[in-house]
Design a protein around this ligand. Structure first.
Ligand SMILES: Nc1ncnc2c1ncn2[C@@H]1O[C@H](COP(=O)(O)OP(=O)(O)OP(=O)(O)O)[C@@H](O)[C@H]1O
Ligand SMILES: [Mg+2]
Length: 237
């Protein structure tokens, strides 16, 4: 009884801090084609893998999906940080029919591949699968591609990871369109909203190791970057 009580309290704490994260406003959110695609894939398949380089917007997109689905479909949003926390999610019963949307951000490590984290998830994927397959729980996972590639082959044998719909931000069909980049510039760093069309075109066609939203964020907060003007964004974008 005491153990159940502690488990419930831990889970409530996780739910409370997730809600706090969802209501914390960073800058305004710029809606994108990749966001709409991710939402469609998630509602169709009940799970989605969001990949993308650092600063491309994986965490922000994941949080956005949690916020939208908790409002529209009344799913309880839950951000878990370790495999061990999965068992805290209450089982569905006749009295408790709550549904969830769970996010595992940087699931295999944030800046580096973390083998112990992968081992934890490997032990848990088969336990997770029935509630994801039945859509009792929706699942959002994120990772930088250079991290996830290190374990992708060994994870293919798990039902959960097989045919997992995937959106890679700012790659292929999900590449940011010029209009989306312009909106991001205006939303994240309003001081640069007076960019000339040629400058925007240059920014939109260039590439960098850091994601475009993060470049805008850095530009907005750095006097030094602002003094270098568009040449900074041009190098970084
Ligand atoms: N669609 C968006 N609209 C507005 N701001 C955005 C959007 N996407 C990302 N950002 C902002 O850009 C910054 C980088 O985004 P985020 O932290 O989600 O990137 P990430 O891919 O998770 O990076 P990392 O791999 O380092 O964790 C954040 O400040 C975030 O709020
Ligand atoms: Mg992130």
């Amino acid at each position: 009884m005491e153990i159940r009580h502690c488990t419930d309290r831990r889970f409530e704490n996780i739910c409370d801090s997730t809600k706090a994260l969802l209501t914390h406003e960073d800058t305004g959110y710029v809606s994108t084609y990749y966001e709409r695609s991710a939402m469609r894939l998630l509602t169709e398949h009940g799970r989605i893998f969001i990949k993308g380089r650092s600063g491309s917007g994986k965490s922000r997109l994941g949080i956005r999906l949690l916020a939208t689905l908790s409002e529209n479909k009344s799913r309880t949003p839950v951000l878990l940080t370790s495999a061990e926390e999965w068992k805290l999610i209450p089982k569905t019963t006749a009295h408790d029919r709550r549904r969830y949307i769970v996010m595992l951000d940087d699931v295999f490590g944030s800046s580096n591949f973390v083998p112990s984290s992968v081992d934890g998830w490997k032990r848990t994927f088969d336990i997770m699968w029935p509630s994801i397959e039945s859509k009792h729980i929706f699942l959002v996972i994120t990772s930088r591609p250079e991290i996830s590639i290190q374990c992708e082959n060994e994870l293919k044998k798990y039902d959960l990871m097989q045919d997992m719909p995937c959106v890679t931000l700012d790659e292929g069909e999900y590449i940011l369109q010029e209009s989306e980049k312009r909106k991001m510039l205006q939303t994240i760093c309003p001081t640069k909203s007076g960019l000339m069309p040629k400058e925007i075109q240059d920014i939109a066609s260039a590439r960098a190791t850091l994601g475009f939203p993060q470049c805008c964020k850095f530009f907005a907060s750095s006097k030094q970057a602002q003094s270098k003007g568009v040449s900074f964004l041009f190098q970084a974008a």
